[in-house]
Design a binder for this molecule. Structure first.
Ligand SMILES: [Fe+2]
Length: 275
């Protein structure tokens, strides 16, 4: 009996330590630097720096807004993009606005652009209120639409495809009328890349959604219905899929439980260079 109790106690201690460590990880962001070389020139600019934030998940976000904004500011980006999953409970709107206010103070030359994730759509019709609040701050919301930035005679198109996993993506509409230039595509769920056709020019697609697996117990991540890419072990970082450059951020917040194991919260600094 004493042996059984001792074993149970040891198991409880190990599990508690593991959960504590996994929660501690949510306070320890990493900055990943990713360089992408593209064929075309971008006007008189030789490179473009983009900070990507993904999956802030206000309900399970351990990093304070000031700290997050400091890391982003240090990257000295030309523009900031956000690839979905900000909140799924509208009670957390004020908290999200605190983050946006801090990030806005950075004032990147070419602004802040974002797309929705599946969790944002869980807000139902209130997603329209959220869009209004965000737009009122001068932040551009792209829902199956595009905008562009001019660099001399050249342009960078920013194409925002709405969330794929909830069936919100309208790819033809997102690309409709896009003119020549570099195409930066933002879309929360990277699986959308499997549905892009050859004529959909993508220089770089930025996504999130998969949280780097979040809690990496071998094989467990594949049990969740997260689409085709995780089945091919495409979960995190840069990949070429369907002939297109796709980057999958591990995100800054957590889904379901505020824990991470084998992956850390991520802020990504992308540098696009002309060859
Ligand atoms: Fe997420």
């Amino acid at each position: 009996m004493l042996i059984i109790l001792t074993v149970l106690l040891l198991v409880a201690v190990v599990v508690a330590a593991l959960i504590g460590y996994a929660h501690w990880n949510t306070f320890r962001p990493v900055v990943r630097h990713v360089e992408t070389t593209l064929d075309e020139q971008l006007g008189d600019k030789s490179e473009l720096r983009i900070v990507q934030l993904s999956d802030l998940h206000m309900e399970r976000q351990s990093i304070k807004p000031e700290r997050m904004a400091k890391i982003i500011a240090d990257a000295n980006a030309d523009l900031i993009v956000m690839t979905g999953d900000y909140l799924d409970n509208y009670d957390n709107l004020d908290k999200f606005m605190l983050y946006l206010d801090e990030i806005k103070k950075i004032e990147p030359e070419h602004g802040i652009w974002l797309v929705w994730g599946n969790h944002d759509h869980y807000l139902g019709e209130r997603i329209d209120d959220l869009a209004e609040e965000i737009s009122a701050k001068g932040i551009r919301v792209l829902a199956n639409e595009w905008g562009s930035i001019e660099f001399g005679a050249q342009r960078l198109n920013i194409i925002g495809i709405d969330d794929f996993c909830l069936g919100k993506s309208d790819i033809p509409r997102s690309f409709h009328g896009v003119e020549d230039g570099w195409n930066l595509v933002l879309s929360h769920d990277p699986n959308v890349v499997l549905h892009l056709e050859e004529h959909h020019k993508v220089d770089l697609l930025l996504s999130g959604h998969l949280h780097g697996g979040q809690f990496k117990v071998p094989g467990a991540f594949k049990l969740f219905p997260m689409g085709e890419l995780p089945k091919q072990n495409v979960i995190s970082g840069m990949h070429i899929v369907n002939g297109k450059n796709v980057y999958i951020s591990d995100g800054m917040g957590q889904a379901a439980f505020n824990v991470r194991l084998g992956t850390r919260p991520e802020i990504t600094v992308h540098t696009l260079r002309a060859a």
